[in-house]
Design a protein around this ligand. Structure first.
Ligand code: MRU
Length: 354
């Protein structure tokens, strides 16, 4: 797969995903403002990928700090983290990665500012490398739940493009294919930003995994005809009661899956799990500009001038509609997600078996 983001010669090179699938364009980010713009304007998107971008953004910004005391340096790091954190509110990875970078600075206080600046670059690279390893582990656990010959529906893009590489939901599909299972995919186009059409379809075709593109409103009919065996999606934030925030439209797919008796899985690296929030009702949902709905890519107008719009970028799927949450530690019932942080819990006893 082509890399989504990389640290290269003192700058951050980001694939501009708004240009896919027709153009492959990389943007070089030389300052924090450009990284923040890249996250806000969806050049880079997908929960794990924006966490990595934010971590690299801290490393990039820290290099420019001129401070002669640790406290002055740390204050500037916090300012950078605040700026990056103000880009998109729903994916918890963003805040998880920023907290981890700030914790790195505090933990290495005694080493001096110059060493910390170098260490931050390494730490952001470690976050990227760990993300790929986590996705592979998640793939191995999740693939066991897909059978040879299954057709799987997915929504949005939870693939290599949305992560450091390999993907979460698409990682599970990739792992099943690598294990020799014949798996086919239906990709919802995912209005209004079309991550399914532009990104998931493209990514799977690159890997020669059979994919069929449908519009979002076709999913129910495909299920009714028995064409779908399982659904797997990613997540931006999974909270203590097992509720899951993901791309708008995920909730509708989960309701449809339940109605048709089709298992609905969520691939959730632990970096997307937020046990500080008790229920999905409390997850902040990003509201985006209505122009994403009224215009196709800000260009062709498809709705009357001045029409009122609502454009929530995410919705919340309640735990009761989810059969299993795939993590790098195994597959669990949504209600058991809260136990993952407890060192006294025997995970083997609560893991779901295929
Ligand atoms: O608005 P986006 O494209 O950032 O939304 C992405 C999603 O909803 C993904 O499903 C989610 O971040 C999981 S990515 C592994």
């Amino acid at each position: 797969m082509i890399p989504t983001i990389e640290w290269k010669d003192g700058l951050i090179r980001m694939l501009d995903q708004t240009k896919l699938p027709t153009e492959i364009v990389y943007v070089d980010c030389r300052d924090v403002e450009t990284v923040a713009q890249g996250i806000r304007d969806l050049w880079i998107r997908g929960a794990p990928a924006i966490g990595i971008a934010a971590a690299m953004g801290v490393a990039l910004g820290a290099r420019e700090i001129r401070a002669d005391s640790f406290d002055a340096f740390y204050e500037e790091v916090e300012r950078i983290a605040f700026k990056l954190g103000a880009t998109r509110p729903t994916a918890v990875n963003l805040f998880w990665a920023l907290d981890r970078m700030k914790a790195y600075v505090r933990a290495h206080r005694e080493e001096g500012i110059a060493k910390i600046k170098e260490g931050l670059v390494r730490e952001s690279q470690t976050i990227l490398d760990e993300d790929i390893a986590v996705n592979r582990a998640m793939g191995a656990w999740g693939a066991a739940f897909l059978r040879d010959g299954d057709t799987v529906l997915t929504h949005c893009n939870a693939g290599s493009l949305a992560t450091g590489g390999y993907g979460t939901a698409l990682g599970v599909i990739r792992a099943a294919v690598e294990a020799g299972k014949r798996v086919r995919v239906y990709a919802d186009e995912t209005r209004p930003v079309l991550q399914g059409a532009r990104l998931t379809a493209w990514e799977l075709m690159q890997d020669k995994i059979p994919v069929t593109l449908i519009t979002d409103n076709m999913a129910g009919w495909m299920m009714k005809q028995g064409k779908i065996d399982a659904v797997i999606v990613g997540t931006d934030r999974t909270v203590a009661n097992g509720d899951v925030a993901n791309k708008i439209g995920t909730y509708s797919v989960a309701v449809l899956a339940r109605h048709h008796g089709i298992p609905f899985y969520v691939a959730a690296p632990t970096s997307t799990i937020d046990l500080t929030i008790a229920s999905g009702d409390l997850i902040p949902i990003e509201q985006r500009n209505g122009r994403e709905i009224t215009h196709v890519f800000g260009r062709t107008q498809i709705a009357p001038e001045g029409v009122a719009t609502e454009n929530p970028a995410f919705d919340v799927t309640p735990a009761r509609l989810i059969i299993g949450i795939v993590t790098e530690k195994g597959v669990f019932r949504p209600r058991d997600i809260r136990k993952l942080g407890d060192p006294n819990v025997d995970l083997d006893a609560i893991r779901l078996r295929p």
